[in-house]
Design a protein around this ligand. Structure first.
Ligand code: MG
Length: 374
């Protein structure tokens, strides 16, 4: 049985990961659980899975409410020899250091926390290459590309990422200013955490996925396209030089890509997942991405392409902007404005080392908060 640890176990992807684990009781032993502030759920998970290690947001102080499992930090958990597969299902920058530490020890990392790749794509992929660690993509689009590319490492002419377009695909542009957090959190096809749901409404999430695919599969920027596909059934496509196109399809349920990553390279049946039914779906449609509807997309992608510490700055500005929007302190259309201002003020200093990335992240958070108060 494979020793698995789940960071962010009480979040949306974490809970779905444990669902997949429950479906394969002979495959995995949960050796670590790292939760956020939902201690009630974390305690229930600890009782059920009896892990060796537990971490929670408040750190390692105090006895904690757990009857089993040693209290450790996420960083300690990532390095524990018992952990063979680390699932990084945290959000924001929380997963960065644990990911690097696990890769440094040659472990497999199922990466759902895409901000890790956004902040430090060059560093993370270099760690995987240098130390023999493996990054297993969990994001549905990255998983789709990964599955389309199995056994096909040459002759790629382009990658087509699909985007649902979020809840405001049909809202008149002039009305976007007044949309509420509640409306933005109502995603049409996916059930996800709050941060990523807002990122899907602004399409920052899609720019992040372009950056993710660029780093994970070494695809040049100009070969990555994005189209709107409202049904979220085709998760992405790869076109080859002979004109043939492969697409990966499934119902919009994150347990499909999670299972694909956890069991890699095997495929095993899981009866708890709803099967793809083309007749029930009926039509699959496609639309161009409207740049004026999604200004965040170009801002985020541009920062990704500039590289260095720019993506970390962009990511931090986005995290702060989303937080402020959810708190009702800025409007929806203030998000791109704030992101753009912070990115334009960034002056990178030298190489994008881990220290420089963390410093840029810190600076951008403070700057975004300061600018939002103006
Ligand atoms: Mg995705």
């Amino acid at each position: 049985m494979k020793g698995i640890a789940v960071l962010g176990s009480t979040g949306s992807i974490g809970r779905q990961t444990l669902d997949v684990v429950r479906a394969f009781p002979d495959e995995f032993r949960v050796v670590g659980l790292g939760g956020g502030s939902n201690l009630e759920l974390l305690s229930a998970q600890v009782r059920e899975f009896q892990p060796l290690f537990v971490s929670w947001a408040e750190g390692v102080q105090g006895p904690g409410p757990f009857t089993t499992g040693r209290l450790v930090t996420m960083e300690e958990m990532a390095q524990a020899p018992e952990v063979e597969l680390l699932v990084v299902a945290t959000t924001g920058k929380a997963g960065l250091i644990p990911t690097l530490l696990a890769l440094e020890r040659g472990k497999a990392v199922a990466l759902a926390n895409k901000e890790v790749i956004i902040m430090a794509g060059e560093l993370v992929t270099r760690y995987a290459r240098s130390y023999g660690g493996t990054i297993l993509p969990v994001d549905s689009e990255a998983s789709a590309i990964w599955q389309c590319l199995r056994g096909e490492d040459q002759g790629i002419s382009r990658v087509i990422l699909t985007a649902s377009g979020g809840p405001f695909r049909r809202v008149p542009l002039d009305d976007l200013k007044a949309v509420t957090p509640e409306e933005a959190l109502r995603h049409p096809t996916w059930q996800m955490g709050r941060k990523i749901t807002i990122d899907s409404a602004t399409l920052v999430n899609k720019a992040f996925e372009v950056i993710e695919v660029h780093w994970l599969f070494d695809i040049p920027w100009q070969k990555i396209e994005v189209i709107i596909h409202p049904q979220s059934i085709i998760h992405s496509m790869v076109e080859f030089v002979d004109g043939s196109v492969k697409a990966q399809l499934s119902p919009p349920d994150m347990r499909f890509p999670i299972q694909c990553a956890l069991l890699y390279p095997r495929r095993l049946p899981n009866d708890s997942l709803t099967r793809f039914d083309p007749l029930a779906i009926g039509a699959l449609t496609f639309e161009p991405l409207e740049p004026e509807r999604y200004p965040c997309f170009a801002i985020a992608l541009e920062a990704g392409k500039r590289g260095g510490t720019f993506p970390a700055v962009l990511n931090a500005a986005d995290e702060v902007a989303v937080e402020l929007f959810l708190e009702g302190r800025i409007g929806f259309t203030d998000i791109p404005e704030l992101m753009e201002r912070v990115v334009s003020e960034h002056r990178p200093s030298g190489e994008a080392t881990l220290e420089a990335i963390l410093a840029a992240d810190e600076w951008a958070r403070e700057r975004a908060r300061a600018l939002a108060r103006v």
